[in-house]
Design a protein around this ligand. Structure first.
Ligand SMILES: [Fe+2]
Length: 421
């Protein structure tokens, strides 16, 4: 069933409209009485009654269990990326889409592809392998109108890509048997604190403090406003490609600390003091190589990275700030998705950072995410030793594929150009 929300008169009443039924009118709190939420550290609590018992997705509303103890820390798992089994031209996936009467279309040169006209639950293993490769190449692949995809089918697809991550601090669905599902939820009772963050700070990759942070991640929105709450994805391949060779080499030599403490602290502030797992900090390479594409990607984000190891603080802060701004500013390698209810986004957390927007308060937004673990991040040195071939630079590979040599080194004579629409 599709649910849409429409906000009338800005902040007065909210209509929750089930398709084909009379709208239910629900009073929303005043602007001041809504809980002020820092979306930078939000962990999925609900503040208020929720959308009511006739809400069709009540089983998937966020639930925050009170625990007596945490589970032990995660250990390294053997993970083989399904992208290794893909056809290089995604021929099985493309044939399946075509035979379904659907289409595959790129949304930008570097990042984003959308698939229309298929039912994801009907995808076979060969198509899934090709999809794993496509996500690794394109950063994010969208599927419109996946109204019939169940959460268990979504979990099965995620588990095909890798063992599903259980979030240490986030809410899980009320249904109770879905510890490996993250609930994305906001309503009229949680008002984003627009003073709490810069927009650049919101670009992140999920749970990068884990030993094996996620790869191909699958988010399906059940309810979304008609306008607003878009999500953006920005390519780490392109951030790397945008840098000078000396700076690339410098970053390739570095590693950074990713911390889970801030996210855990924000949860304890809401009275759920004991997380599923105690917070950890993990050191990962600043430039990682995707094991399937062999492409180098900048792998830092302001949400979880606290500092670069072995460099003075001022240098670390400046480098991280520059990379944060690079993700936020590269309009040429960012895709913005305007959600409709039932849409699915599959993104590779290894090679893109993403950011929600928080412009649609007080509209209801509700989604479910499954988050497969990927390999322990590989530095350039580790990748080249393990795979016996050089890691690659995205822009060089693109130009080679077009039969173009380059790019040429800067000769210092570049002239300022004019602006063009
Ligand atoms: Fe996220």
């Amino acid at each position: 069933m599709t649910v849409t929300t429409t906000t009338l008169n800005g902040t007065s009443d909210q209509y929750l409209t089930l398709r084909g039924e009379e709208p239910k009118i629900k009073k929303i709190p005043s602007y001041e009485s809504a809980k002020l939420v820092d979306p930078f550290n939000y962990v999925g609590e609900t503040f208020g009654d929720g959308p009511g018992e006739d809400y069709p997705w009540a089983d998937f509303l966020p639930h925050n269990p009170v625990r007596t103890h945490s589970e032990p820390p995660l250990e390294l798992q053997n993970i083989t990326d399904r992208g290794h089994f893909a056809d290089p031209g995604h021929s099985r996936l493309r044939a399946w889409v075509k035979s379904s009467g659907g289409t595959i279309k790129d949304l930008g040169i570097c990042v984003g592809t959308v698939i229309h006209g298929v039912k994801m639950e009907e995808m076979g293993p060969e198509e899934r392998d090709d999809l794993a490769l496509l996500i690794a190449q394109r950063g994010v692949v969208f599927f419109r109108k996946q109204h019939d995809l169940t959460i268990d089918q979504q979990r099965a697809l995620g588990a095909y890509f890798g063992p599903l991550h259980k979030h240490p601090t986030y809410a899980t669905p009320r249904r109770g048997d879905l510890d490996d599902v993250v609930v994305v939820y906001s309503d009229e009772n949680s008002r984003p604190d627009l003073y709490a963050f810069s927009r650049a700070e919101l670009f992140h990759s999920d749970v990068t403090y884990e030993l094996q942070p996620p790869g191909a991640t699958i988010l399906r929105l059940l309810v979304t406003p008609e306008v607003g709450n878009d999500t953006l994805w920005s390519s780490g391949y392109n951030v790397y490609s945008s840098l000078s060779r000396p700076y690339q080499r410098y970053l390739e030599s570095l590693s950074a600390i990713h911390t889970g403490y801030n996210q855990a602290a924000s949860r304890s502030a809401e009275g759920h003091r004991i997380p599923l797992r105690a917070p950890i900090e993990t050191v990962h390479p600043v430039v990682r190589v995707h094991p399937v594409t062999g492409l180098k990607s900048v792998f830092v984000n302001p949400g979880f990275v606290t500092r670069i190891v072995g460099v003075p603080k001022a240098e670390s802060d400046a480098t991280l700030a520059f990379l944060k701004d690079s993700f936020a500013q590269q309009t040429d390698a960012t895709v913005r998705w305007r959600w409709e209810a039932g849409d699915v986004a599959c993104w590779d957390n290894r090679i893109v950072n993403h950011s929600a927007t928080f412009d649609a308060y007080p509209s209801l937004r509700h989604g479910l995410r499954v988050t497969p673990h990927a390999e322990k991040p590989l530095s350039v040195e580790e990748y080249e030793a393990a795979y016996g071939k050089p890691a690659k630079d995205w822009i060089k590979e693109r130009l080679i594929s077009l039969g173009i040599e380059g790019p040429a080194a800067d000769d210092g004579k570049t002239k300022k150009g004019g602006f063009r629409d």
